[in-house]
Design a protein around this ligand. Structure first.
Ligand code: BES
Ligand code: ZN
Length: 634
């Protein structure tokens, strides 16, 4: 407190108040634009070394973040923090440390957090920040053993993207700044620690672990998990970490990982990160997957038992190129991460399951994009339909819509159709190679596209319309799927009262005479069937579908989600005990946010939404619980 005060006084005395005001104003504008307070142009971290103790009793990380920095003559270094307690700041190398003055910005922005300003000299190139996390450190999910698979050891994991790394590490939290990192951690001796870095494959009996990430990454990719973990090798530098009882199921589900890697490398060149492992997290994990380098964090709902949901893993693997190697410069350029990744994911899946299956995966997404685009058109931010976003002053999370993902991917699919696959593949491989280990803005991409593809081959393509306008352009690639047409028709005729269960059905032009059963269609085909049922199907019809096809008890999270959505809008309350238990267990935002939303919007089920959220909110990561609380008006 004392240091901060003195430092502020010095600051105010050294510049006139007008000058300070001006500097302060411009700082706030840049911060709002970049979602970071850091003065990275003047001084920026090159290497971060963490020394931390993981304390499950206090649910706290404590220690020091040592920043080795490149200083261009700055006399202050500004870091981002949010929900951290700063105990002391020093400059200089370990054992030669000198206390430094620091100040916390007095404005704590609800989205950005606070600036931590450290007084330095123009020769300073190491800043050491002694700190501890608090209950407001939203990246951290501390789980009681009851919420794990074994139910007898606690678990901790972090989620850094988009701007939550600053809630567990004081850091210059902008995706344009790449750093290498290392860490020395002390954890309870019965648990294993893993990071987005070189990892152990066995527990250390003293609970001491050392990590290195020697390739420069944006700091939203720094990640940590601590739990009762084991490792299974899947071959070809791939493998899986999980709780012991999930090992067999995980090794089966993701057996194709080496093949995915081969397919990916064939497309866009050698994998840059040596090792590619998965970490199966507890159910509270708010995403399907998170592409932390060398160690994708994955949701256990992917363990469907039939490999039907592995495209999420293809997606996270693809991020090893699009996102981790070539990174969006700001969160406005998020589509460069996700759109490219969805496109790439689909190319990998084409190799693994063939063109027809991959087309169906893409079509499921396209259907979602169309719905999202309708929503965005009438929302208060219709310009969110652009690929290049303007998230100034907003939460970068707002950019996480199907526009970045699916419109982005269909932009590339349409471009591919226009230039031919061969040229497209050469172009993308050279794009990843040219920009590797750097951050790229939409403008950089457009320039490269013009230079290396469009001008080179005199191709006319409406990229401006795709990138800077809302809606789905008319030239968007159309995907046809015969099996989807079939299940759509089946949904319509069922709703109209036709018996679809007995007699013959035709599939791929063949007459099949068995009664309708689950095995006749893929998970994606069933999802499409459920989606094309009316919003308010009579309960007796919902029940007869359930009696024959058992959607309510099908333990495939995608099917459960789609079916429960339909059940809520149709007031088919027989699902309630199952829906409640799903919401009590799964924390993946993509599923539970829309479920709470439709529950809440329907008068019949509104009270359930409130009661169940109240009962289960402690089971969710802050990313999910904050989004749901907002939707429920809490
Ligand atoms: N990087 C994202 C997750 C993310 C994005 C977290 C923005 C925080 C902010 C990840 O790769 C992702 O897209 N996950 C999807 C998978 C999917 C589209 C296949 C998910 O979790 O649903
Ligand atoms: Zn992604």
């Amino acid at each position: 407190m004392k240091f901060e005060y003195i430092f502020l006084l010095i600051l105010m005395a050294s510049c006139g108040t007008k000058e300070t005001e001006k500097v302060e104003k411009s700082r706030i504008t840049t911060a709002a634009q970049n979602h970071s307070y850091a003065n990275t142009d003047a001084i920026h971290t090159k290497h971060l070394h963490l020394e931390l103790e993981v304390d499950f009793k206090l649910e706290q990380l404590r220690g020091v973040a040592r920043h080795k920095m490149e200083n261009h003559g700055a006399n202050e270094a500004i870091f981002d923090i949010n929900g951290l307690k700063i105990n002391k700041v020093t400059t200089g190398t370990k054992s030669n440390e000198v206390d430094a003055n620091f100040a916390l910005g007095d404005l704590k922005d609800p989205i950005l957090g606070q600036a931590l300003t450290v007084a330095i000299t123009e020769n300073t190139n190491q800043v050491n920040i002694y700190y501890e996390t608090t209950s407001e450190s939203e990246a951290l999910d501390w789980l009681d053993s009851a919420l794990t698979s074994s139910k007898n050891k606690p678990f901790l994991y972090t989620q850094g993207q988009a701007i939550l790394t600053r809630t567990w590490i004081p850091i210059q939290d902008a995706p344009s700044n790449r750093i290498t990192y290392s860490a020395d951690l002390k954890v309870p001796s019965d648990l294993m620690a893993v990071m987005s870095a070189s990892n152990p494959t066995k527990k250390n009996p003293e609970g001491i672990y050392h990590f290195e990430m020697n390739q420069p990454i944006p700091c939203y990719l720094i990640a940590l998990a601590v739990g009762d973990l084991v490792y299974g090798d899947l071959g070809n530098h791939t493998g899986v970490y999980c709780e012991p009882e999930l090992l067999k199921a995980s090794m089966y589900e993701f057996e194709d990982l080496p093949n995915m890697m081969e397919a990916a490398e064939k497309l866009y060149g050698k994998y840059a990160w040596e090792q590619y492992d998965l970490l199966i997290l507890p159910y509270s994990f708010p995403f399907g997957g998170m592409e932390n380098p060398r160690l994708t964090f994955a949701n256990p709902t992917l363990l469907a038992g039939d490999r039907s949901l592995v495209s999420v893993i293809a997606h996270e693997l693809a991020h090893s190129w699009s996102g981790n190697l070539v990174t969006n410069e700001t969160w406005n350029d998020f589509w460069l991460n996700e759109g490219f990744t969805v496109y790439f994911e689909n190319r990998i899946m084409e190799e693994i399951i063939g063109k027809r299956g991959a087309d169906n995966l893409a079509l499921v997404e396209f259907f979602e994009l169309e719905e999202e685009m309708e929503r965005i058109k009438t929302s208060k931010n219709p310009e969110d339909g652009h690929l290049f976003l303007n998230l100034k002053g907003r939460n970068p999370d707002d950019g996480m819509t199907d526009v970045a993902y699916v419109k982005g991917a269909f932009f590339l699919k349409t471009l591919e159709a226009a230039v031919g696959r061969e040229k497209m593949d050469v172009f993308l491989a050279s794009y990843f190679n040219h920009f590797k280990f750097t951050s790229v803005s939409t403008e950089d991409f457009v320039n490269y596209l013009n230079q290396e593809l469009l001008k080179k081959y005199a191709i006319d393509f409406n990229y401006e319309e795709w990138i800077y306008h809302t809606g789905i352009p008319d030239n968007c690639l159309k995907i046809e799927s015969q099996s989807f047409e079939e299940v759509k028709d089946m949904a319509k005729s069922f709703a109209a009262g036709k018996d679809i269960f007995s007699g013959t059905v035709s599939k791929n032009k063949k007459e099949v005479s068995e009664p309708l059963n689950r095995e006749q269609y893929s998970v994606q085909e069933w999802l499409t069937f459920i989606r094309h049922l009316p919003e308010d199907l009579e309960s007796n019809k919902m029940k007869s579908l359930d009696d024959k096809l058992h959607f309510t008890t099908w333990t495939n999270a995608e099917i459960q989600f789609e079916w429960y959505m339909k059940a809520i809008s149709s007031n088919y309350t027989a699902v309630n005990p199952y829906l409640k238990s799903f919401l009590g267990k799964v924390g993946r935002r993509k599923f539970i946010l829309p479920l709470y939303k439709v529950l809440y919007e329907n008068e019949v089920s509104r009270q359930n939404a409130l009661d169940w959220f109240n009962e289960f909110k402690g089971n969710y990561h802050a990313v999910s619980s904050n989004s749901i609380a907002a939707v429920l008006g809490l």
